[in-house]
Ligand binder design. Structure first.
Ligand SMILES: Cc1cc2nc3c(=O)[nH]c(=O)nc-3n(C[C@H](O)[C@H](O)[C@H](O)COP(=O)(O)OP(=O)(O)OC[C@H]3O[C@@H](n4cnc5c(N)ncnc54)[C@H](O)[C@@H]3O)c2cc1C
Length: 412
């Protein structure tokens, strides 16, 4: 990006000088430059680029005359027709591709069909990662870009960003999807800056505009009260992150193959300044809500922290995980790893039992794709009943222990 002053529009009014908090603008004699507007022909605003932060305050101050503009080089130089293909980032941990990568392949296939193009996966890892490539073909990738290097064995922001940015710059995909996981969020933001792309975080649906082939990226906005569809018409690739379990994992096609393209990333010493000494697993994050097939969640209706025992007992007898509303997390009754919803985890288990949860939109966006939803709430008008498959209007302190007892009897 750069900033320019149009000599023919500058009136020498000094409004920009006053607006600049960094003392980056000075009025200087025009000397050979075109005369300015009437009345102030002698001096011209000159911006010291070493001091300028491109904050845009001078542009606002000069709105009336429009003499200052920030230019994005990309805007004028990006030839969109060079960008082809839908790509997904296949996140791996400890050498195993995470489910979100397969879910992105499922959605990516639909986009690739609409764009009449290929679907590719990017896989980074250490020496042993090549074993996982066949999985990506089986779940729908036409091509796999394999980046292996010891520095890519475990996720580290700098080498991953360097390697994937180099790949994006070389092969120019038009769409690049990543999981909205801790890793995906960190990587996507860095890549978007590095390659000058637009990025929409936490998308809940994706599509292709039939008229201009732009990616339509839909996500909740204003606290989940509206759904906003965002486009990036001027830059490529169009990048989105999507939370795990938002899209369905496609069916596996055993034996399906594709093209494997190996890419050797080159690192600079600056990319390798962070050394991974040891991985210490957070014991409290053992709850893998995203993968659980049954979740029993507690809300403010449980009254106090110790009553989570009722929820845990029911979850245990069902072989499920414990979820929670944000109200209970904020109250300190349970750790944030259990939170389901807009600012927690998105889940889609076979069975979701909501106990004493009202069903505010921010909770619903995180669990409404569950196959079967059972709600227990003493308020018959609670919004949770609108998404529930089965509803029990009653006191959870009566029904939750009753359910646990009955299941214990059935299971012996
Ligand atoms: C930007 C933003 C992000 C947010 N993100 C999230 C998120 O990720 N996840 C989330 O959950 N929330 C989120 N929230 C908060 C959300 O708006 C609600 O405040 C929260 O979900 C309410 O939690 P709750 O249903 O447990 O509590 P309440 O809304 O207080 O509901 C308690 C329910 O318990 C019922 N009840 C009470 N006693 C009993 C009983 N004995 N038996 C049966 N039922 C009983 C009541 O009838 C009531 O319906 C977010 C809010 C904002 C603004």
């Amino acid at each position: 990006m750069s900033i320019i002053v149009y000599a023919d529009k500058c009136t020498g009014c000094t409004l920009c000088v006053k607006s600049c908090a960094f003392n980056a603008i000075e009025m200087k004699p025009r000397e050979g430059l075109p005369a300015g507007r009437q009345g102030t022909p002698r001096k011209l605003a000159v911006i010291d680029l070493d001091k300028c932060t491109l904050c845009g305050a001078c542009i606002d101050a000069c709105k009336k005359f429009g003499a200052i503009e920030i230019k994005t080089e990309k805007e004028s130089s990006t030839d969109l027709s060079q960008f082809k293909g839908v790509w997904i980032f296949a996140e791996q941990r400890e050498g195993k591709i995470q489910s979100v990568g397969y879910e992105l392949l499922g959605e990516g296939r639909k986009l690739a069909q609409d764009l009449k193009t290929d679907l590719s996966a990017v896989l980074c890892g250490g020496e042993d990662i090549e074993e996982e490539v066949s999985q990506l073909f089986a779940y729908g990738a036409d091509k796999v870009y394999l980046l292996h290097h010891n520095e890519l064995k475990d996720y580290k922001s700098l080498p991953y960003t360097r390697a994937v940015a180099e790949l994006l710059t070389k092969h120019k995909p038009e769409v690049f999807l990543l999981g909205a996981t801790t890793m995906g969020r960190d990587l996507a933001a860095r890549l978007a800056i590095r390659v000058g792309a637009g990025l929409t975080a936490d998308c809940t649906s994706l599509g292709i505009d039939p008229d201009n082939k732009n990616l339509l990226q839909t996500r909740p906005a204003f606290g989940g009260n509206i759904m906003a569809t965002i486009i990036c018409p001027n830059n490529r690739p169009q990048m989105s992150t999507v939370r795990p379990k938002v899209f369905r994992k496609p069916d596996k096609q055993a034996g399906r193959t594709g093209e494997l393209i190996k890419f050797n990333p080159a690192f600079t010493p600056e990319d390798l300044v962070v050394k991974l000494i040891e991985v210490i697993k957070d014991e409290t994050s053992k709850v893998n809500l995203a993968e659980a097939e049954i979740i029993v969640s507690g809300g403010r209706g449980i009254g106090e922290a110790k009553n989570f025992k009722l929820i845990e007992d029911l979850a245990k007898i069902l072989g499920g995980a414990v979820g929670a509303s944000r109200a209970t997390v904020d109250a300190g009754w349970i750790s944030a790893h259990h939170q389901v919803g807009q600012t927690g985890k998105t889940v889609a288990p076979k069975l979701y039992i909501a106990c004493g949860i009202s069903g505010k939109i921010q909770h619903l966006v995180g669990m409404q794709s569950s196959a079967t939803i059972v709600a227990i709430n003493k308020d018959p008008d609670a919004p949770i009943f609108k998404v529930a498959t089965y509803g029990i209007v009653g006191d959870l302190f009566e029904y939750v222990p009753l359910l646990t007892k009955k299941l214990q009897e059935i299971r012996g």
